[in-house]
Design a protein around this ligand. Structure first.
Ligand SMILES: C[S@@+](CC[C@H](N)C(=O)[O-])C[C@H]1O[C@@H](n2cnc3c(N)ncnc32)[C@H](O)[C@@H]1O
Length: 235
């Protein structure tokens, strides 16, 4: 990650790897949902965009005996953690150290692209360009699945997302996780904004941009505490 784009800091990696199971609402359910949507792909090679510690890849590789993943992240520390996690799947993954904003990595012929909690670092035009490029790196019938923060469409929805996210963290991680969540101001929905680092878009915008990029079967299949899972298929 270049310094000027270093929105994600080493302290974020420390916090997220310590408390991720609490900070991500219903994390296991999200991982299962993403990988459910990646069954029966036209090619078993999947890109894990901003893979972090590789939890999505671990689930995907566990489920499919023939699956392969390309791990992409801008943090070499995260990639090292993912590599350690996936050691038992040697020969079925490779790693790419790249910034999501860049376009050099946007090539290939994947059967699927999965991503969790990263695309919101791109602004609106950045997301639109990403969706067009991802359509082109998927083979026909290939599937894009994105779990991410969404921008609530109004004050009532924002209040609900704020409260529900707090509650989810408290329930999943207890007092220590909630203290870390609060002190680090991790709850995006509580911040006054606009935030230069986290720029989620609304459900409606994401759906329109995915459709505009030429995907079909564009849908939201899961939404909880301001976190949504989208799916889209390359015709
Ligand atoms: C919240 S974590 C999510 C990790 C993983 N996808 C998961 O759900 O557990 C965000 C990840 O995105 C990566 N990241 C943040 N900004 C990035 C950027 N500009 N380019 C590439 N990776 C980035 C971080 O290193 C981190 O691994």
């Amino acid at each position: 990650m270049s310094d000027d784009l270093a929105a994600w800091r080493p302290t974020d990696t420390d916090l997220f790897t310590t408390y991720g199971d609490a900070f991500v609402p219903r994390r296991r359910e999200q991982i299962a949902t993403v990988t459910d949507l990646l069954a029966d792909l036209p090619s078993p090679h999947v890109l894990d965009l901003c893979c972090g510690e590789g939890l999505l890849s671990e689930e995907y590789l566990s489920r499919t005996g023939v699956g392969r993943v390309t791990l992409l992240d801008g943090s070499s520390e995260m990639l090292d953690k993912a590599a350690a996690r996936l050691a038992r799947f040697a020969g079925r993954w490779d790693r790419v150290d790249a910034d999501i904003h860049d376009r050099e990595w946007r090539r290939g012929a994947y059967g699927g692209v999965m991503t969790s909690l990263a695309v919101h670092h791109l602004d609106g035009p950045g997301k639109r360009a990403l969706y067009r490029d991802l359509r082109d790196v998927l083979v026909p019938g290939g599937v894009f699945v994105m779990a991410d923060l969404i921008e609530p469409a109004g004050a009532r929805a924002r209040n609900l997302a704020t409260v529900r996210w707090d509650r989810a963290v408290r329930e999943a991680g207890g007092a220590a996780a909630f203290a870390a969540f609060s002190e680090s101001e991790w709850n995006y929905f509580r911040l006054p904004g606009p935030d230069p680092v986290d720029t989620p878009s609304s459900v409606a915008e994401n759906l329109a941009w995915l459709g505009g990029a030429g995907f079909t079967g564009v849908d939201v299949v899961w939404l909880q505490a301001g976190h949504a899972i989208f799916t889209a298929t390359r015709p």
